[in-house]
Design a binder for this molecule. Sequence first.
Ligand SMILES: Nc1nc2c(ncn2[C@@H]2O[C@H](COP(=O)(O)OP(=O)(O)OP(=O)(O)O)[C@@H](O)[C@H]2O)c(=O)[nH]1
Ligand SMILES: [Mg+2]
Length: 420
Amino acid sequence: MSFFKKLKDRFVKGEEEQQESTSQNEPKNESLEEADSFNPYTGEAYKGGEVVYSKAEEEERLRKESLESEGKSLEGETETYEDKLDRLSVPAEPMDDVSVASKFKKGLEKTRTSFSTKINDLVAKYRTVDEDFFEELEEILISADVGVNTVMEMIDELEMEVKRRNIKDTSQVKEVISEKLVEIYYGNDEAEEVEGLNENPDGPTVYLFVGVNGVGKTTTIGKLAHRLKSEGKKVTLAAGDTFRAGAIEQLDAWGERAGVNVIKHSAGSDPAAVIYDGIQSAKSRNADVLICDTAGRLQNKVNLMNELSKVKRVIEREIPNAPHEVLLVLDATTGQNAMSQAKTFSEATDVSGIVLTKLDGTAKGGIVLAIRKELSIPVKLVGLGEKVTDLEPFDAQAFVYGLFADMVEEFDEEEGENQA
Ligand SMILES: Nc1nc2c(ncn2[C@@H]2O[C@H](COP(=O)(O)OP(=O)(O)OP(=O)(O)O)[C@@H](O)[C@H]2O)c(=O)[nH]1
Ligand SMILES: [Mg+2]
């Protein structure tokens, strides 16, 4: 089957179906329907600056209704704050492929615009596939931060495939490029499956987040907490960045937004002690997941690496086989610099997965491939924007769809051409 067709079948639905699927995800409330904006953090909707809907109030109203229908009164009810937060979390509907793909499409807009313009120009310039064509394609891929070695591999594979399929016309190469991008990403891993986060079946799963300052650790932890919580999981956060001013408060605010428990000590205290307390709390509350935030900067790099190793040892000692992921957060907009960060952190903490943030902020989204190939560490999550819902498990097919969305969507009209 043609690869564009495969992507189209998976990620593009008929318009009717699409409308149906979006309307399902929206909360149903009249005042919400007439609102002109909605803040996912506060759960409030506004019309002309006025709050016309509050998720918290709506949930309180529904709770009263359900208690009353059970014949219980609100008075004398002894509900802890944590129980309340757990109860208020409404499990979100699982995201289908189409909504995931539309997030990738939106988040990769900058890369797509730059990349597909260049590819289209290239195809227009060279009608037939020859050496000059491949040379220019090589430059385009390198300029998208795909990474030199990966580009070389990619070009070799493309040349072989073009020969094998006897493709002469450059317009047909676009589809082969998209297919090869996915194959190259997974390398020898035949399964080509989304590499999800490891979980601990017998007790709290522990995720340790590391990375230099400003890459998006705390934000990603907030987004992930929100996501796990809406899947019905009980989450605890540990505020292990005790160094930077305001870091504890920042995590605390995210915890509140997501409605999850945050374990914190005062600023300047020992991060390993905070993490230790986080583990004890997660165990005693029977939490499903503990997510540990850490500092991105200390007095110097050696101190930071020592501190992270110590935090990791505490986790290893308290829960066998933990941490279940050491997630290195890298900022996609820093390009090749991210590669050297990965080397430094890998030495101190055995990084198991990468979180690549701010893909929406760069036109060089090809860095995903460079990271996977040149570091041999899977990209587990990607940040596609600043909103709480803008975090997705990395899916190479959805990524490639995000890069070629226009071509995939227009595929039918071109089909005749391609087969001719
Ligand atoms: N556009 C965009 N911005 C992001 C994304 N992820 C994080 N950010 C922004 O990046 C900035 C830094 O994020 P933080 O979460 O504070 O970074 P950090 O790694 O915790 O930084 P330190 O605590 O200083 O070590 C914030 O302004 C975030 O909103 C993303 O996927 N897209
Ligand atoms: Mg932080």
